[in-house]
Design a protein around this ligand. Structure first.
Ligand code: ADP
Length: 439
């Protein structure tokens, strides 16, 4: 029914009823009695309405209690209030759900978010901001951000207010990119992005280019030097010319090895070049590695091979390169007359390939860094033996792609053992069904 009618009809009816009752009393008992009845009825009505008003005001003070029952127009008022309260409860639940979802999303965000008021007091921040800036939301709420982040660069940036360019900040051993975004009512959002990892990669890239340029410059300088001599002295005796040509060829080979190793590394690191596993016949592969090692050693070392391990799956080409690097290192860093053992065994945690030499060995402080690009214990010895400084970096990447681990044990002057442990899942269990492909 129309709410207006619902309100007015009972009120008019009640008034009419009182007037009719008073009229009847006045008719039978005189005007004064009629007026007295009308007054009493009106008073009773006012007291009743006041009673409802009182209950309503009590309820408004404690809206969580049950709504009072009403009579007449009050029923409608209480019903509508009840509906409003239910709607309000629903809205509040919905808002709370949204807030919880928003907080969850914010806490999963890798970037830090800090909300500050117009005078830079912290209002809210997410866990990433806590990590990046060393804040604690509960503890620091209401504190001035410039008192919490005490970096002069950061404070200058906030004071100058030139937010078009982000700020790069070194804080708590992190490299942070800081953006400030003003929003409603002069509030500001501070966003921090952790660029430590990308900075590290950029640093590695710069180092790699610097190292590679340096490695290439040395042989180039030698070749240029001989070319200048050849130009300045066209009548050099054939013997000297021949020795110059041999030295130039040697430097050319060195550059070629370096470029080839750099290309291999780039390919191994590239995501566009996934490992294509194939059956690897280890006996045959290691036989070839042994032949290469013997050619490199030219009879200066005793090289043995023991291959009792199983065939595995992997990339024949990559494994040949990795094993080849380990064995050629053993040859290059073992003085003439030394022994080099290549061992392929089933192993308890998975099959193992070990290269053991009794060469010059490595001091313990170098071992952790050996797989870094261009890291060498003794630069001149590495160059003398045609090393590029990239061999073990290549080994590391090949093993990474095969899920294998490299272990290095070494005693200076006694020798070294490089052990590769493959995961047990790499073993081929049914050799008869596989079409083994070998290098
Ligand atoms: P390089 O081309 O210089 O040999 P690698 O990456 O293959 O580069 O090896 C890095 C360094 O590790 C070498 O320069 C050398 O000092 C050391 N090294 C590697 N293998 C051996 C080994 N079997 N014995 C002694 N030192 C080794």
């Amino acid at each position: 029914m129309n709410p207006k009618l619902l309100f007015w009809v009972p009120a008019i009816l009640r008034m009419a009823l009182i007037l009719a009752g008073a009229g009847v009393v006045a008719y039978f008992s005189g005007l004064v009695a009629g007026l007295a009845v009308a007054l009493c009825a009106a008073l009773a009505l006012v007291v009743m309405q006041l009673g409802y008003l009182w209950r309503l005001s009590m309820w408004l003070e404690h809206p969580e209690t049950r709504l009072p029952d009403g009579w007449g127009a009050w029923t409608d008022i209480f019903v509508r209030l009840y509906r409003l309260r239910r709607e309000d409860d629903r809205n509040r639940t919905e808002l709370n759900e949204w807030l919880t979802r928003f907080r969850q999303a914010m806490s999963l965000l890798p970037d830090g978010v800090v909300i500050m008021d117009d005078v830079l007091f912290l209002e809210w921040c997410n866990p990433a901001a806590e990590r990046h800036l060393g804040l604690k939301r509960e503890r620091d709420k209401g504190m001035r951000v410039t008192n919490l982040i005490r970096s002069p660069h950061f404070i200058d940036y906030l004071i100058l207010g030139r937010y078009e360019q982000p700020l790069t900040l070194s804080l708590r051993e992190r490299k942070l990119i800081v953006h400030i975004i003003p929003f409603e009512n002069r509030r500001q959002i501070l966003v921090t992005h952790d660029a430590t990892e990308s900075e590290r990669i950029e640093h590695m890239r710069r180092d790699f280019i610097a190292n590679a340029s340096h490695e290439l410059r040395t042989p180039l300088t030698v070749i240029n030097g001989f070319l200048e001599i050849a130009q300045a002295q066209p009548n050099l005796d054939p013997q000297t010319r021949q020795s110059h040509l041999a030295l130039m060829a040697e430097q050319g080979r060195r550059m070629q090895n370096l470029v080839e190793d750099m290309l291999s590394l780039t390919r191994l690191e590239s995501l566009d070049y996934p490992l294509r596993p194939e059956p690897v016949r280890m006996k045959s592969l290691l036989g070839q590695v042994l032949q290469d090692a013997q050619a490199l050693s030219s009879g200066r070392h005793t090289i043995t091979l023991e291959a009792e391990g199983p065939d595995i799956t992997g990339s024949v080409e990559e494994l040949r390169s990795a094993f080849g690097n380990l064995v050629s290192n053993a040859v290059r860093y073992t003085p003439d007359g030394g022994t080099i053992e290549m061992i392929w065994r089933p192993g308890t945690d998975g099959p193992q390939f070990a290269v053991r030499d009794n060469g010059i060995g490595i001091r313990p402080e170098h071992i952790a860094r050996l797989t870094e690009r261009f890291y060498r214990v003794d630069k001149s010895r590495s160059r003398e033996t045609r090393g590029t400084g990239l061999g073990l970096a290549i080994v590391k990447h090949v093993l990474l792609r095969h899920g294998a681990q490299l272990g290095i044990e070494s005693v200076p002057e006694r020798g070294s053992t490089f052990t590769v442990t493959f995961p047990a899942r790499a073993v081929i269990t049914e050799p008869a069904t596989l079409q083994a492909k070998t290098a």
